[in-house]
Design a protein around this ligand. Structure first.
Ligand code: AHR
Length: 362
């Protein structure tokens, strides 16, 4: 946690340095402390919960310099992906491969299938190969110091996408991705408004992969808004590993043990979609008997929201490919970049999902 705070403060410093020359609006580099970010999020979440819904995706500019095509053409970049656990992950993989191809990058892509040891082995192989740059989305937050030190000793720069690590920020060039704490705060702000004035709310939680940044931070964000609210009673909270299957199985257990569930908070759409199957099989109506709030806004989730089976979705954009290769281009030409690039995202209610679906890219 200390390292995380240091990382945020380091990011703030870097962002402030670069803010003066920044003109983009699609991404932001953190310029506040963790506490201030969290406080600001409360009002941001509140307004997002009531008025969000404009189509957004993580567009490519922001504080990052434009790509120099000559730098990327033929550059060997290793990307160690988490796996293929969700619709979000597939969209993220597709976007990174697309952007690599467009920029003529020689992309060495590996998938760890949710196994940190496998992901570390991939990164070590990239180091042995002497690639120009390594990017990865870490399966979990802890346990990266040794391999990051190894890359540094070999002179190979590291870029984190999507998920954070708790290592010292000097071990990587930047971290590009969502503010998962803010996502949790947006979800909880919606729930607070939705159940305002209602009696005790019996809720269950489908957590993401244990130890992963999105699972840790989405729980923390929720707790920031509703953690001390005695009206929200957590009946059960368990990991569904970000998968549809996991969400279904764990929800079956929740339903068997708890006849009166009012609310499900799912850390991603895939688990919510699995839970919907379990709820329907139990003879209940998802979105009505049991309200559902989830995170991601992938197409299948948006369809369920539009159909009234999910009640609210907080967007988490997987479209990080352009930003990744902008960062790579800058790093490989020795330019300074912010230590943290935060993806700008929105939220969707039923009406907003219906309006956004026809042009939803993933
Ligand atoms: O790290 C992003 C998370 O990972 C997404 O929200 C989830 O769907 C994915 O598996």
């Amino acid at each position: 946690m200390l390292k995380k705070t240091i990382a945020v403060l380091a990011a703030a410093g870097a962002a402030l340095t670069l803010a003066a020359c920044s003109s983009g609006s699609s991404t932001t580099a953190s310029s506040t402390s963790a506490a201030a970010t969290s406080a600001a999020a409360t009002s941001a979440a509140s307004s997002a919960a009531s008025s969000g819904g404009s189509e957004s995706a993580a567009p490519a500019s922001g504080e990052l310099p434009a790509i120099d095509p000559a730098v990327l053409d033929g550059a060997v970049i290793g990307f160690a992906q988490v796996g293929s656990e969700s619709g979000w992950r597939s969209a993220n993989t597709d976007d990174i491969k697309r952007a690599a191809e467009e920029n003529k990058v020689d992309l060495q892509f590996t998938s760890a299938e949710g196994d940190q040891a496998k992901q570390i082995a991939s990164i070590k192989t990239f180091i042995t190969q002497g690639v120009d740059l390594i990017a990865f989305s870490p399966v979990v937050e802890t346990g990266w110091d040794a391999v990051l030190e190894e890359a540094k000793t070999a002179g190979i720069p590291i870029v984190l996408t999507d998920r954070a690590v708790d290592s010292d920020p000097s071990l990587y060039k930047t971290f590009i991705g969502s503010d998962f704490i803010l996502e949790g705060e947006k979800a909880a702000t919606w729930a607070k408004e939705e159940f305002a004035g209602a009696g005790p709310v019996n809720m269950v939680v489908l957590e993401g992969t244990t130890g992963s940044a999105p699972a840790n931070d989405r729980a923390e964000g929720w707790a920031n808004i509703l953690g001390s609210d005695p009206n929200f009673k957590v009946l059960a909270s368990q990991t569904g590993d970000f998968t549809r299957d996991g969400g279904k199985k764990v929800m079956e257990g929740f339903l068997a043990a708890n006849p009166d569930i009012d609310l499900l908070y799912a850390h991603n759409d895939d688990m919510a979609l699995g839970a919907i199957e379990a709820i329907e099989a139990a003879g209940k109506v998802p979105g009505n008997d049991i309200k559902i709030v989830s995170v991601d806004a992938v197409k299948a989730g948006m369809e369920a929201l539009s159909a009234g089976k999910i009640n609210f979705i907080v967007e988490c954009s997987p479209l990080l490919g352009d930003q990744l290769f902008q960062a790579a281009s800058a790093v490989l030409s020795d330019q300074e970049i912010p230590a943290r690039i935060i993806t700008v995202e929105t939220t969707f209610d039923q009406e907003q999902a219906t309006a956004a679906l026809p042009s939803r890219a993933y």
